[in-house]
Ligand binder design. Structure first.
Ligand SMILES: [Zn+2]
Length: 718
């Protein structure tokens, strides 16, 4: 049977492959029950939909992956075929090499069709691998490699760095590689990739005189590898000061696409998955310097800014991408582009500007350079805030009108970069961030953004946005109204210093607390009638203690609204019933995710508590108090940030906010909180049902009252 060897090779390879570590190299996986889950790389996944199952192996079975959203599924070989886009034999060879297995020699593999003259992808890869070997041999050569070795020594690269990054050298001759390939073809014949494969790879190129010449001559060579460590292209740095250009890369080829490739990814992928963060620089030597200094989650783009393809690959491995720039100007230029990517791919993007205009290499060579580097990383600001603060800086000193222009221009800019094209949930998240940034209600920013149409922006974007904003009188007018409505207390002074850039960590903590509570409620929606302590209001059922619009995440808000509606109508729901009441498919998926999350919490809690029911109740109480505590902390923080210089703003109802000071209820509602009308409606509803009047009125107060200097006493309490 002709497929015999391959079939048994297949089984041996599968048995020897740890599917968890194979997939874990490119997708961040976390344990969930007996499985592992992560973002599915085969569709545009937003919540981890892919499970890697290993506990069903044994009995000759092997692990498999399965995506519950798009249906992608298979074993380790299927994963390699689909993820790395390999043919079956190539995938088999790859996994065999990985597991240190010898495959049965099989004639079919090398005798494959090449009749059309076009080199296959595999041929091009092999050509690159052979060129790589050639450059390394030259580097090691006594004479031919002397200049290259001197250059690496000058840069402080030891032999281990040269080895790790496969640094090589191209000799000063015009056709050394061409000659080498021709000679090898004469000797090795059909076992060698065809000459055309080297041309397709770009390492050999046609010359003007009709012959062929080497791409790289007299250069230090940095192989650019795919995430499996296979060379797919080369970057050459000039060794002769007279030579131009300074850096020269392989052209695009069947295996090399600049918009997807990241220099150093094969060394960095595991550290990136571990740190959940990728650092992106601009050059080979910066990557090498970062790795040498211990920042191993660093890669570089290859002559392009960060693209969506990059982001799509990285977001499966990390939550955050930090773009490194060696000066304000470079950072500013790239920030718009980064924001565009951020608006289209769900990954957080931060901008880090290194001090004194130093590039990573220079900075890390200094005494204490690694510490300074780390500090700069810690100070990175998210791309959204970076762009907003840059616009703000240009308007400095213009007072109230400057603030208006700031809001207008920033929103206009974000719309141009794709804000309105974002998916619903993510767009809401951005709007909430902007609401925090500007201290304006989310709905107003939403309305304003929607009223604008994206304009194509070419360089000098701010200048253009400025002119454009000035030209659109109607939009400007709507913002004027917005600002007046919310500005009674001189917020512009408050915002002129220290913007709440650190809000992402808070937002994340808040989201986690919300997820916990909702996860439990999804498992048993009836728990929404559980009474929980409410600050200054005794106890209330969860369904009344918090309003849907108080959830920071719009998806959470929608799900909680469905739970609350059922509780208020005294309808008993199970999870399937709940899903049926949620309209938006994205929110349905989110609810399933939350349900699984809640199941996990309950499963790990069931070992601790007495009966299942009791521990679910306890878990809900704990989750509730987490959320309350977070909210309290947030309230403490916001007066500090928002109220600087505002004096006593007072409640909307005209009180001075001191009413509740005695029992520690210093409350500042953010723009997300429910408004007076909603609170009044709620109060009426509670009264109708004969609810405890004190608790009810405290609830009402809680939404209304503010205290200008509540911060310090809260501080003591925590
Ligand atoms: Zn999928």
């Amino acid at each position: 049977m002709s497929t015999g060897p391959l079939t048994s090779d297949r089984d041996r390879v599968l048995a020897a492959t740890d599917i968890l570590s194979l997939i874990g190299e490119v997708v961040a996986l976390r344990p969930k029950g007996r499985e592992h889950v992560g973002l599915c790389p085969f569709h545009d996944d937003r919540s981890p939909s892919m499970a890697v199952v290993t506990h069903k192996s044994g009995n000759g079975g092997t692990g498999f992956y399965k995506c519950f959203a798009c249906g992608a599924a298979g074993n380790a070989i299927d994963f390699v075929i689909n993820y790395h886009r390999m043919e079956f034999p190539e995938a088999l060879r790859f996994l065999a090499a990985r597991a240190n297995i010898e495959l049965t020699p099989w004639q079919g593999a090398s005798a494959r069709q090449r009749s059309d003259g076009e080199p296959t992808r595999d041929d091009v890869l092999r050509a690159n691998a052979l060129a790589d070997r050639f450059f390394r041999r030259v580097f090691a050569d006594q004479d031919a490699g002397a200049k290259a070795r001197a250059e690496t020594e000058r840069r402080g690269f030891g032999p281990e760095t040269v080895e790790e990054f496969g640094i090589g050298a191209a000799p000063a001759r015009i056709d050394a590689l061409v000659e080498g390939v021709r000679k090898a073809l004469r000797n090795a014949g059909t076992d060698y990739p065809p000459f055309e494969a080297f041309v397709a790879a770009g390492v050999i190129r046609p010359s003007r005189s009709g012959g062929y010449i080497d791409l790289l001559r007299d250069r230090l060579v940095f192989p650019i590898c795919d995430d499996l460590g296979r060379p797919i292209a080369f970057g050459g740095r000039k060794l002769d000061p007279e030579q131009e250009p300074k850096y020269l890369n392989s052209p695009e080829s069947p295996v090399f696409h600049k918009s997807k490739a990241l220099y150093g990814i094969h060394r960095a992928k595991r550290p990136i998955v571990e740190a959940k963060c990728a650092i992106i620089t601009e050059g080979y030597t910066d990557v090498i310097a970062c790795h040498r200094a211990g920042f191993r989650n660093t890669v570089a783009t290859l002559g392009t800014a960060l693209t969506r393809e990059h982001a799509r690959m990285l977001r499966r491995m990390a939550d955050t991408v930090v773009l490194l720039f060696d000066g304000d100007e470079a950072g500013q230029k790239a920030a718009d582009r980064a924001l565009e990517v951020f608006f289209s791919e769900s990954i957080d993007i931060k901008i880090c500007v290194l001090p004194d205009g130093l590039d990573p290499d220079d900075l890390l060579r200094q005494d204490g350079g690694a510490e300074r580097f780390q500090r700069a990383l810690d100070r990175s600001s998210d791309a959204l805030a970076f762009v907003a603060s840059r616009i703000r800086k240009q308007l400095e000193g213009r007072g109230l009108s400057g603030r208006q222009q700031w809001v207008e221009q920033t929103v206009a800019k974000f719309v141009d970069l794709g804000l309105n094209a974002m998916s619903g949930v993510r767009r809401q998240l951005v709007l909430h961030t902007l609401a925090d940034l500007f201290d304006l209600p989310v709905v107003e920013i939403d309305r304003f953004a929607k009223s604008m149409r994206a304009r194509p922006l070419a360089g000098g974007a701010v200048q253009q946005a400025e002119t454009a904003a000035a030209a659109t009188g109607v939009q400007a007018h709507s913002v004027v109204e917005v600002t007046h409505a919310t500005q009674s207390g001189g917020l512009s002074t408050g915002l002129s210093t220290g913007l709440p850039f650190g809000s992402t960590a808070r937002a994340r903590a808040r989201k986690v607390a919300e997820r916990r509570l909702l996860g439990l409620l999804c498992n048993d929606p009836a728990l929404a009638s559980l009474a929980v302590p409410v600050e200054g209001a005794g106890t209330l059922p969860i369904s009344e203690a918090i309003a849907p619009n108080e959830f920071a995440d719009p998806g959470h808000a929608a799900i909680f609204a469905a739970i609350r509606d059922a509780a208020e109508a005294a309808r008993v729901l199970n999870f399937e019933g709940l899903i049926g009441e949620i309209a938006d498919p994205a929110f349905k998926r989110l609810a399933s995710d939350l349900y699984l999350f809640g199941t996990d919490i309950l499963r790990s809690a069931s070992g601790v508590g007495a009966s299942g029911q009791r521990s679910a109740t306890e878990e809900v109480l704990v989750s509730w108090s987490d959320l309350e505590n977070l909210e309290r902390r947030e309230r403490f923080r916001s007066p500090q940030l928002d109220r600087r210089g505002s004096g006593g703003v007072g409640g909307m109802d005209g009180t001075d906010g001191a009413t509740d000071a005695g029992d520690g209820a210093h409350i500042e509602r953010t723009s997300r909180g429910i408004d007076a009308t909603t609170a009044a409606a709620r109060l009426a509803r509670l009264r109708e049902r004969g609810h405890d009047a004190t608790a009810a009125s405290a609830l009402f107060h809680r939404r209304q009252v503010s205290s200008p200097d509540g911060g310090s006493s809260m501080d003591r309490k925590e």
